[in-house]
Design a protein around this ligand. Structure first.
Ligand SMILES: C[S@@+](CC[C@H](N)C(=O)[O-])C[C@H]1O[C@@H](n2cnc3c(N)ncnc32)[C@H](O)[C@@H]1O
Length: 335
């Protein structure tokens, strides 16, 4: 897959990870077979890893099907999409009442088609703060934004994103589906809707259904299951005490990586939300502890222990053909 220097998110997205890229790139392995990003949103880490040529293959997924449609149109039909966005840009700029034009587009149902993708990107660039929010019937309900002269059709950015997406698998579905096939050598980055630190926070309203406590627990179980299979996993979330307790119980390590929140409808509430990066604790992984390649054990070993979150006792057998690098060695190999 060819590296594309300019590729970056073509959508603004609540919880976008651009501000945290240095820490996330540092946490990601230097070489990845298949990269999975199951809460895709704007895909900031995907584009950054792609620019560095860090993975062989990528599988990107999200439970927002109109969002996945937009990515597919960028990948497969970028010229048509650019033409449709140029039409929006011309009409919007010429409109006497821009809000009226926005609401006319918003009244149309977002379909999984070229036109649907163009409408979604148009509303992302001209709607309030680039938010994606739907009502109880699943209809997009973000009000018109306050931008003076928004760029609706950023041709260079769309072309670069299209090139970066060539050969990438784009899947509509729940976060647990796509990474089911992940294996040793793969890396999964989960960036779910966060547990809000305060009751007034509304960062959970990304799709029609809220991502509440049971969903957060299901995610922690999914992540723990992947770690047990030898898959590299990283997650982001807030530093809410429930999140700290959930992942600490599952033997994950949490590191505070505070960054400013860029999208928040209440400007007084902008600022730090106590971002945490969550990684598996090295000692609990079912792998031989290898301190260097030369000391790699040549025998097959069987490990058995009770997982703190899954509760069940499981046995895992390691293959001598696949010695896993300890984290300190990945770091060294990245430089
Ligand atoms: C915090 S955003 C991801 C931000 C992204 N990392 C970025 O850089 O822009 C969370 C995403 O999770 C998606 N989502 C919510 N619930 C989901 C689920 N159960 N399975 C998969 N995706 C889900 C939302 O549609 C949203 O796009």
């Amino acid at each position: 897959m060819g590296a594309s220097e300019m590729a970056r998110p073509f959508l603004k997205w609540a919880g976008g990870k651009t501000a945290l890229l240095p820490q996330l790139l540092d946490a990601a392995p230097g070489q990845i077979d298949t990269y999975y990003e199951p809460f895709l949103g704007g895909g900031a880490l995907f584009f950054a890893l792609q620019a560095e040529g860090r993975f062989e293959r990528a599988v990107l997924s999200d439970s927002n099907k109109e969002l996945i449609n937009a990515y597919r149109q960028v990948r497969d039909n970028v010229d048509g999409l650019i033409r449709a966005l140029q039409v929006h840009q011309r009409k919007y700029r010429a409109a006497e009442d821009r809000a009226e034009y926005y609401y006319k587009i918003r009244a149309k149902r977002l379909t999984c088609s070229l036109g649907g993708a163009a409408n979604l990107i148009f509303m992302n660039k001209t709607g309030y703060n680039g938010l994606y929010r739907v009502n109880s019937k699943g209809r997009f309900n973000v009000p018109h934004g306050r931008y003076e002269n928004p760029t609706i059709c950023d041709e260079a950015s769309l072309l670069a994103a299209s090139e970066a997406l060539q050969g990438v698998k784009l899947v509509f579905g729940d976060f647990s589906s796509a990474p089911r096939r992940a294996d040793v050598g793969d890396f999964v980055y989960f960036d779910p809707p966060y547990v809000p630190l305060s009751d007034t926070s509304n960062f959970t309203s990304y799709t029609a259904g809220a991502f509440s406590g049971p969903e957060q627990k299901r995610l922690a179980l999914t992540a723990a299951g992947l770690v047990r299979r030898g898959v590299n996993v990283a997650l982001s979330n807030s530093g809410h005490p429930d999140i700290v307790a959930l992942y600490s119980a599952a033997d994950f390590e949490l590191t505070s990586v505070d960054a400013p929140r860029l999208i928040n409808s209440d400007s007084a509430a902008r600022g730090s939300i106590s971002e945490h990066l969550i990684r598996e604790r090295q000692e609990v992984i079912f792998r031989p502890r290898v301190t260097s390649f030369t000391q790699a054990d040549t025998r097959t070993r069987t490990f058995s222990r009770r997982h703190p979150l899954l509760g069940r006792r499981r046995t895992a057998t390691t293959s001598p053909a696949l010695p896993i690098q300890p984290r300190s060695l990945w770091r060294a190999s990245k430089r």
